[in-house]
Design a protein around this ligand. Structure first.
Ligand code: COA
Length: 322
């Protein structure tokens, strides 16, 4: 089966936090962050709720697709979590849009958008008439320990959306998961049951083995891109654009070198967005779409990796007219 992307949308919160802003409360420097990650600034949800950015990205995607919320048959929201544990973020977006379709969140961390595309493809194999909104949203600023310089400098907040329906864009897709809570983990808050509060519970903040994730990420990009291009019957060189998860410029550079591909095939937004988790890939896709850089027939690969550990990649043959 296959699908086409008929609309994209995105939203970034207003507040921009530069590397220099971080030095006010962290023992770090602009030069360290830039040289280790390629990041200069990121957007943070201060004035907006997570729902606000999810809704803006969704409305943009629906407008770009030329459809109304009432036309939607399903809303899938890849996210680490919205403003509430329940209702799901997808249900709250559905309410605000005044849509009436089933809606649910999925948890695949930074790979969530590609997991969402695969799920949409499965639904479309059952009913080719469905119109599905995938709204990938993360506010990593809510999960970070802002006293931990080794992680706080890496992430930002954002939302990226796509509307998909039956079509011919999808050429191949591949997902993986290797359960591992040592490499990257965000524990849930554990509540205040009197039997628990005396014990040493982990704090509900992101903790990560940066070096392990780095090695995993480079291998994931290389293995997954080789796999999906082979499955699509094309060479890596045939790709017009590669949209990688925007975690760290050095990870992308290492993968490009290993794959012997020029860096200009990789679309980069990490400098001014940081790692926006599930939103990272669809944010870039929407930017390219809105700039009119995607032409019918172009071959685009999406590739992501993240907590789980999960990875995913796909090849799309773009069909939407600018
Ligand atoms: N500012 C200044 N110094 C910092 C710092 C910061 N923000 N964060 C860490 N350091 C220090 C460390 O304490 C360490 O000091 P030491 O040598 O005195 O112990 C030193 O910098 C080097 O740290 P190291 O961890 O070796 O740096 P690195 O070059 O491996 O880069 C990461 C660290 C986190 C940037 C890198 O490992 C990475 O990007 N990993 C992948 C993370 C990722 O993408 N996660 C999300 C996946 S979805």
């Amino acid at each position: 089966m296959s699908f086409s992307l008929i609309g994209t949308g995105s939203a970034l919160p207003k507040t921009i936090q530069t590397n220099s802003d971080l030095t006010a409360f962290l023992d770090t420097s602009h030069d360290w962050i830039l040289s280790r990650t390629g990041i200069e600034s990121r957007h943070i949800c201060i004035e907006e709720s997570i729902l606000d950015i999810a809704l803006t990205a969704s409305i943009n995607a629906l407008e770009n697709a030329g459809i109304e919320p009432k036309d939607l048959d399903l809303i899938i929201c890849p996210t680490l979590g919205g403003d509430t544990v329940t209702p799901s973020l997808a249900c709250l977006v559905q309410e605000k849009l005044e849509a009436t379709c089933p809606s649910f969140d999925i948890s695949a961390a930074c790979t969530g958008f590609i997991y969402g595309l695969d799920l949409a493809d499965a639904y479309l194999s059952r009913d080719r008439n469905m119109k599905i909104l995938i709204i990938a949203v993360d506010a990593m600023s809510k999960f970070i320990d802002w006293k931990d310089r080794s992680t706080a400098v890496l992430f930002g907040d954002g939302a990226g959306a796509a509307v998909v329906t039956a079509g011919t864009d999808l050429q191949s897709i591949h997902l993986t998961a290797v359960g591992n809570q040592h490499a990257l983990c965000i524990p849930w808050p554990k509540g205040n049951h009197p039997g628990l509060i005396e014990k040493d519970l982990p704090l509900p903040y992101l903790n990560m083995d940066g070096a392990e994730v780095y090695r995993f990420a480079v291998a994931a990009i290389c293995n997954d891109l080789r796999r999906v291009t082979r499955d699509a019957g094309i060479a890596l060189e045939d790709l017009d654009f590669i949209i990688p998860h925007q975690a760290n410029l050095r990870i992308i550079e290492s993968a490009a070198k290993r794959l012997k591909l020029p860096m200009n095939k990789f679309v980069l937004r990490v400098k001014n967005q940081g790692n926006t988790s599930a939103a990272s890939v669809p944010l870039v896709l929407d930017d390219l779409n809105r700039q009119g850089q995607l032409k019918p027939g172009m071959l685009i690969a999406l590739t992501a990796f993240g907590g789980g550990l999960t990875t995913g990649a796909c090849v799309l043959k773009w069909s939407k007219q600018a």
